[in-house]
Design a protein around this ligand. Structure first.
Ligand code: AMP
Length: 465
């Protein structure tokens, strides 16, 4: 079996990995590290949990020491989609590089910029960043990438899912042409492959599957339940002492907050993590969950991405994801490090089609749990209060269109009545002191707009993730 010594890592790195308790490199480390040390570009198909962070952090640290490039300049840049992942990657660089004179800092959005500006002024060697904040700081002149030697694009598929593609392209355009590039993605749909080929030169390809294959190691159950009963079902299942550390997935941020609030009211030790929460509240929730102080963590997919917490005994899919691969990501949070795990999925009548897609992807039918008081025959048949889900979806869609039409009509009629009043208002504008009248009117218009149904709907739509 390969050891870290076989990988030609220097003494400082070997000392820190052995302090971390790593004995043998994981498959991605074994395959990637030798190529990265020789300066090759890399296309890595691997997800979180495979040891990919060390697979790039170790050779980057070694290279920065060996090549002895210009100190006081950013020489390695890692971009990653979420703040949690960015913070974890920075921690890994600090851990592995603890016996080296290399400075790593992290920057991400959602917090004030000032502290990050100060950190950047200390002239780090390695910068870990989320795309939006990085571009802001480049634009303001706090970050210069002209001396960059290594670039890592992490979780590329998730970057694209989250709509960061333009930001990523702008960052790539700001990099020097001569550099080593590393590209990691859990999946490789065509758009991701295209981005990879635009970034990499003659890359080595490494593909690994997570050590614990969810399909094999995780015991799964589906509960057919009406939407209104999901909260009670969750509470009932959480009452089991075997549920020592549970991650509950919600499709929306509002949903995550609601689930956590209801559980808290019932005396469950719970916290929530999603994009609407301030960064320090997210960090606190995650630390509480990691330390075992908090037994249940409710999360949205994006907020949970990259969270590395061991010993999660149960994953609950409060809502089924509408992308089958997300189901695999979610349930892969349990049964880490060889332990067994359980994944319970709640399926309402509206979600039956999603369940079918998931089962097609994983290649088998998930065992059903029908022996519980919340079992719904309606849900098993794809019905919502006796009405087929497809019909309910159609009706909801029609209602949505009606609301939009009504809104547009009212806007049109308002415009017409305003233009009918116009000659009068232009006279008013020519009178002295009329500016105050005008501006208070436009303020009124603005505040009216703020309460428009479409505006509210849009902001609700945006907060879906
Ligand atoms: P990652 O995929 O980078 O998020 O890593 C997942 C987890 O595996 C982290 O908790 C690492 O500390 C751990 N890990 C990484 N490499 C090794 C290794 N060679 N041996 C044991 N654990 C490791």
């Amino acid at each position: 079996m390969t050891t870290f010594t076989d990988l030609n890592l220097n003494d400082a790195l070997q000392k820190s990995v052995s302090q971390e308790g790593y004995i043998n490199p994981t498959p991605i480390q074994e395959q990637a590290i030798p190529h990265l040390l020789s300066g090759k570009d890399l296309l890595g198909c691997a997800q979180t949990g495979t040891g990919k962070t060390a697979a790039f952090a170790l050779p980057i640290l070694q290279r920065l020491v060996e090549t002895g490039g210009r100190r006081g300049r950013i020489r390695a840049l890692v971009i990653t989609p979420t703040r949690e992942l960015a913070a974890q990657i920075k921690d890994s660089f600090l851990t592995y590089g603890r016996y080296m004179d290399i400075m790593t800092i992290v920057i991400f959005g959602g917090v004030k910029q000032l502290h990050q500006e100060k950190e950047l002024k200390k002239r780090p060697d390695v910068l870990v960043a989320t795309p939006g904040r990085l571009l802001d700081l480049i634009a303001q002149g706090y970050v210069t990438l002209s001396h960059l030697e290594v670039f890592v694009l992490d979780e590329a598929d998730r970057m694209l899912d989250m709509g960061f593609i333009h930001d990523v392209r702008r960052i790539i355009a700001a990099l020097p042409r001569r550099r080593q590039s590393l590209f990691f993605s859990a999946t490789m749909p065509p758009a991701v492959a295209k981005l990879a080929s635009s970034l990499l030169r003659n890359p080595v390809k490494v593909e690994v599957t997570p050590q614990a294959t969810p399909v094999e190691r995780i015991r799964q159950s589906v509960f057919f339940v009406d939407q209104k009963d999901k909260g009670k079902l969750l509470e009932m299942l959480l009452a089991d002492r075997e549920v020592s550390r549970a991650l509950v997935f919600s499709r929306t941020k509002h949903g995550a907050s609601r689930i956590a609030k209801n559980l808290k009211r019932r005396g469950v030790s719970v916290d929530a993590i999603h994009g609407d929460k301030a960064q320090n509240a997210r960090t606190r929730a995650l630390e509480g969950f990691r330390s075992g102080k908090v037994r249940v963590l409710v999360a949205t997919d994006i907020a949970a991405r990259g969270i590395d917490v061991e010993n999660i005994s149960h994953v609950f899919n409060f809502d089924l994801p509408n992308v089958p691969e997300t189901h695999v990501h979610r349930i892969g949070r349990t049964a880490r490090a060889g332990a067994d795990g359980m994944a319970f999925s709640f399926c309402s009548g509206m979600e039956l089609a999603d369940l079918k897609e998931i089962e097609k992807t994983i290649g088998f039918e998930i065992p059903r749990d029908r022996e519980n008081e919340f079992h719904s025959m309606d849900a098993t048949r794809g019905l919502v209060e006796g009405v087929p889900a497809s019909k309910v979806k159609k009706l909801r869609e029609q209602e949505r269109h009606q609301r939009i039409r009504k809104y547009k009509e009212s806007k049109e009629s308002k415009k017409r009545s305003e233009s009918a009043r116009k000659p009068h208002s232009s006279k008013a504008r020519s009178r002295p002191g009329s500016r105050e009248v005008q501006s208070s009117e436009s303020r009124g218009e603005k505040s009216r707009n703020r309460s428009h149904p479409l505006r509210q709907r849009r902001s609700r739509g945006n907060s879906k993730r």
